[in-house]
Unconditional design. Structure first.
Length: 82
């Protein structure tokens, strides 16, 4: 499967969600969509509930996130011992 160009699907506009990256043509942020997956939603459930999204736009969310992870220094927060 060829690599997807996330720039065709994701953009940021200060007038939309205070500039958070969103899927073009929606007010659905990358953060929100990743949260749905993190909470156990499937690709099918997301597309059924948000029909403006496509399989390609969901792939772009992950491609964008992967690029952000490569470019940013990220640190984990140690979990507390209980």
């Amino acid at each position: 499967m060829p690599e997807i160009n996330w720039r065709n699907f994701i953009h940021s506009d200060p007038e939309i969600l205070l500039g958070k990256p969103v899927v073009k043509g929606t007010r659905l942020s990358v953060e929100f969509i990743l949260g749905l997956f993190a909470n156990g939603w499937t690709e099918r459930q997301i597309i059924e509930n948000y029909p403006t999204l496509t399989k390609e736009s969901l792939r772009a969310v992950f491609a964008f996130s992967a690029e952000c992870m490569r470019e940013e220094a990220l640190y984990t927060i140690p979990s507390g011992t209980n």
